[in-house]
Ligand binder design. Structure first.
Ligand SMILES: *[C@@H]1O[C@H](CO)[C@@H](O)[C@H](O)[C@H]1NC(C)=O
Ligand SMILES: *[C@@H]1O[C@H](CO)[C@@H](O)[C@H](O)[C@H]1NC(C)=O
Ligand SMILES: *[C@@H]1O[C@H](CO)[C@@H](O)[C@H](O)[C@H]1NC(C)=O
Ligand SMILES: *[C@@H]1O[C@H](CO)[C@@H](O)[C@H](O)[C@H]1NC(C)=O
Ligand SMILES: *[C@@H]1O[C@H](CO)[C@@H](O)[C@H](O)[C@H]1NC(C)=O
Ligand SMILES: *[C@@H]1O[C@H](CO)[C@@H](O)[C@H](O)[C@H]1NC(C)=O
Ligand SMILES: *[C@@H]1O[C@H](CO)[C@@H](O)[C@H](O)[C@H]1NC(C)=O
Ligand SMILES: *[C@@H]1O[C@H](CO)[C@@H](O)[C@H](O)[C@H]1NC(C)=O
Ligand SMILES: *[C@@H]1O[C@H](CO)[C@@H](O)[C@H](O)[C@H]1NC(C)=O
Length: 279
């Protein structure tokens, strides 16, 4: 990814200002690998993108590929787990349109939008974690008890991070109680990532959160391969979390401070509990 030329399109200096920054997005076109018009690659690419648009909102995630090497076009899209199927559909359509306008002749490109991410390439990247570009949205309200808040929040997020790598859907949620309030959180990785890729991605976005967004009463850190979000109200997830069989403890490292307690409430796999599994 180092060779990708990043184009930060909006609000770069205000990434942590949720209210001022609703429309920010990040687009990257890899200008080192272009295709020529009339070649087979753009035909494969259009088929791949059309398939992503057709399938994404069903489970909030889709991969697709068309063509023979070296002209195969690989595509992947993922919606944030808390957006509705309609918003997911709209977002993926927007992502494809933006890509076609902004990266008209590139074999490799990605876009991060508020409600979804999309990437395509002439290489198979489905199991490669990428959190090099991030969007952070933070609630402007600061927590009233910063030290306690940060400690409970970090414990909650780290617990979720250790659960999500064992979750088949790579999506888990949980809550923790402190100071008469409840923090609700979720973490999500691209389902095609290996454990190490998911784990590295989350470490990166958690570190990013800690640089400026961890004392706010809510934030979303979004990247190509993983997301985290917490709020002081329940997160309604459109795409069902599937909990790990038995979440591993992190207790010795991150004990919960006295005066707080927590409830992990991952939903059990329901009738549509395999929503996030790769088709
Ligand atoms: C993404 O950024 C471009 C350039 O500023 C802007 O024209 C476009 O409306 C943005 N798209 C979305 C979906 O926010
Ligand atoms: C690819 O195309 C872009 C313009 O779309 C151009 O700036 C760039 O130099 C091209 N790259 C190569 C390797 O030809
Ligand atoms: C791919 O789709 C775009 C947008 O609809 C269109 O402009 C372009 O001509 C298509 N390319 C091919 C090779 O079909
Ligand atoms: C995805 O879309 C393609 C058509 O573009 C279709 O053939 C395929 O069955 C779809 N997959 C799912 C899981 O809906
Ligand atoms: C993202 O989805 C939310 C609803 O979940 C919607 O309010 C918002 O406008 C969407 N963002 C964009 C840029 O469309
Ligand atoms: C994190 O997990 C440990 C071990 O299961 C538990 O003791 C602790 O309460 C959890 N923390 C939060 C905030 O959920
Ligand atoms: C997890 O998400 C599901 C689906 O939205 C919800 O029913 C459940 O209450 C959530 N659990 C927590 C702890 O927020
Ligand atoms: C634990 O949380 C419940 C609410 O879920 C609250 O009623 C109870 O007082 C809390 N216990 C402690 C020790 O904070
Ligand atoms: C956990 O989820 C179940 C089923 O959705 C719900 O009945 C229960 O109240 C939830 N508990 C907490 C603490 O959110």
């Amino acid at each position: 990814m180092d060779s990708l030329q990043l184009t930060f399109l909006l609000c770069l200096t205000q990434v942590f200002s949720f209210t001022k920054c609703q429309l920010q997005n990040i687009t990257s076109c890899n200008s080192a690998i272009n295709f020529t018009s009339g070649s087979i690659f753009p035909v494969n690419l259009n088929l791949t993108l059309a398939s992503l648009v057709a399938n994404a909102s069903i489970s909030g995630f889709a991969t697709s590929s068309f063509g023979q090497d070296p002209n195969t076009a690989y595509g992947l899209t993922r919606c944030r787990a808390y957006v509705s199927k309609e918003e997911c559909q709209t977002c993926v359509e927007t992502a494809v349109r933006e890509m076609q306008q902004l990266c008209p002749s590139q074999k490799e490109a990605f876009i991060l939008l508020e409600n979804c991410s999309l990437k395509y390439s002439n290489q198979n990247f489905f199991s490669t974690a990428d959190s090099s570009s991030k969007i952070g949205y933070c609630n402007v309200v600061k927590a009233s008890q910063p030290a306690l808040f940060q400690s409970v929040l970090l414990s909650l997020i780290l617990n979720l991070s250790s659960s999500v790598i064992l979750s088949p859907s790579r999506l888990v949620n949980s809550s923790a109680y402190m100071d008469s309030k409840t923090i609700y959180a979720m973490v999500q990785c691209t389902p095609t990532l290996e454990v190490s890729g998911c784990s590295n991605c989350l470490q990166d976005i958690i570190t990013y959160m800690l640089t400026g967004c961890n004392l706010n009463e809510g934030s979303r850190i979004l990247s190509l391969s993983c997301d985290l979000r917490y709020e002081m109200y329940p997160l309604s997830l459109t795409y069902s979390p599937t909990p790990a069989p038995s979440p591993p403890p992190l207790s010795s490292q991150y004990p919960l401070p006295s005066g707080s307690n927590s409830t992990t409430n991952s939903t059990s796999p329901s009738s549509n509990g395999n929503d996030f599994l790769l088709q």
